[in-house]
Design a protein around this ligand. Structure first.
Ligand SMILES: Cc1cc2nc3c(=O)[nH]c(=O)nc-3n(C[C@H](O)[C@H](O)[C@H](O)COP(=O)(O)O)c2cc1C
Ligand code: SF4
Ligand code: SF4
Length: 399
């Protein structure tokens, strides 16, 4: 660690590259709870007991949300297998905590309380699922935790979701309402309902499903006699998390904040780098949670994401998260729909002639001649794809 005596407005010329720049305060307050950084654990196996919570805290998590605790342990109903890395994502058919409520109270939450207190960070119990269960679990664990996250994805009716939130609110602690992936319009309506029921913040979102994956590389037997689904659940159905979920979560966050400005939202879905986290903040999130990346890469990921985020903020010249929070959302709201086609802005000096743009332009508006892209603006349909295909910064958006 490098220490600085320079005034906090000056950045060290390169320390952010090392991920140790102490000049940006990453601590955030959400629903009255102060987190040492905005990268929290998400309810999942990486926080399935006190010992794993200890590892997450040591790995740099800014705050802890436990695996979802319910009145009954999930065992013996957990399908096997129930976790799989698939191309482009992650699928699970895991349920809530396999540990009984009594075990959380007698042991796991005591360990979790001790390690989170020592680190000075909040401990939030994820509680599920029906209102009566939420009330029982919240009552049993209230003395150990700083707040509750109510897992609402299992409930179908928004009236039940509101009742579950009210059940957790009885204990005088902040309540985060965690929604599953919902379609447009429904998202904002349900979010409003749970906020009116007393939710202090929203967690967006749970994994998406059900989905089906057949993994040939792992499961196709040598003799090709049969293939199998990656999950041991009924029909092999599971729930999708990781990179693809980020786009769904971001859409939901943007929709919610455009309808209910000011409600604190914790973004969760596919966050594995500081850049993913920054995107969530840009659409208005106040903090993020990490599940899949922590399962796949280990508990050090929380601190790594926080350091990468800090480095990105420094690079952007931001002094705090507040400088960037909601920037993209404000732009989206003010610009409306863009219908006018405009060709990309081309920087020939950066072009290396790789042909990726030419290959992908369905309108024949780019060709590579003598190792350089040549743009035909008259044929350009303004689809935008080439800008995202160019790896060398030679094509930039015109807007
Ligand atoms: C194996 C696994 C178990 C999970 N268990 C829970 C759970 O008990 N309660 C809950 O609210 N969400 C649960 N989730 C959802 C995650 O908390 C998170 O919302 C989702 O995976 C998206 O984040 P990610 O893309 O970082 O994984 C689980 C996800 C996975 C992959
Ligand atoms: S914006 Fe679309 S149509 Fe225009 S050059 Fe790029 S890929 Fe072709
Ligand atoms: S993708 Fe970029 S670098 Fe490659 S040919 Fe097109 S403009 Fe040039």
């Amino acid at each position: 660690m490098i220490f600085y005596s320079t005034p906090p407005t000056l950045y060290c010329s390169g320390c952010w590259l090392l991920g140790c720049c102490p000049l940006i305060d990453l601590s955030v307050e959400v629903a009255g709870l102060r987190f040492r950084n905005p990268v929290l654990t998400a309810a999942c196996p990486t926080v399935r007991d006190g010992e794993r919570i200890r590892r997450a805290v040591e790995g740099g998590a800014g705050g802890v949300v436990t695996k979802t605790i319910s009145t009954r342990p999930a065992l013996p109903k957990i399908p096997r297998p129930h976790m799989a890395e698939v191309r482009g994502g992650f699928i699970n058919a895991e349920l809530w905590s396999e540990l009984p409520l009594e075990r959380w109270v007698s042991r796991e939450l005591r360990v979790a309380r001790e390690v989170t207190r020592a680190a000075g960070i909040p401990l939030i119990a994820s509680v599920g699922h029906r209102p009566s269960e939420v009330r029982r679990v919240a009552e049993a664990v209230a003395d150990y935790v700083d707040g509750f996250e109510v897992a609402l994805a299992y409930l179908k009716r928004s009236s039940d979701m509101a009742a579950a939130v009210r059940a957790a609110k009885r204990f005088g602690k902040p309540v985060f309402a965690k929604l599953g992936v919902l379609p447009p319009k429904t998202t904002a309506r349900v979010a409003r309902r749970v906020v009116e029921a007393g939710a202090d913040a929203l967690t967006i979102s749970d994994s998406y499903g059900p989905v089906l994956a057949i993994d040939l590389s792992t499961y196709m037997p040598e003799d090709l006699a049969s293939g199998d689904a990656v999950m041991g659940s009924w029909m092999g159905f599971g729930w999708l998390s990781g990179p693809p979920l980020k786009f769904m979560a971001m859409r939901m966050i943007a929709e919610i904040l455009s309808e209910i400005p000011g409600v604190p939202v914790v973004g969760v879905g596919g966050v594995s780098t500081g850049r993913d986290a920054l995107e969530m903040f840009m659409v208005g999130a106040s903090a993020v949670q990490v599940c899949t990346a922590a399962i796949l890469l280990g508990p050090q990921i929380y601190g790594r994401i926080a350091r990468q985020l800090e480095a990105l903020l420094a690079k952007l010249g931001a002094k705090s998260l507040e400088d960037v929070r909601g920037l993209a959302l404000r732009k989206l709201l003010s610009r409306g729909e863009v219908l006018e086609p405009k060709p990309p802005v081309y920087y020939p000096e950066k072009c290396v002639g790789c042909r990726l743009c030419e290959l992908s332009c369905e309108y024949d508006a780019i060709e590579v001649v003598n190792g350089k892209a040549v743009l035909h603006p008259d044929r350009c349909f303004g689809c935008g794809l080439c800008v995202t295909r160019c790896r060398f910064g030679a094509l930039k958006p015109p807007y």
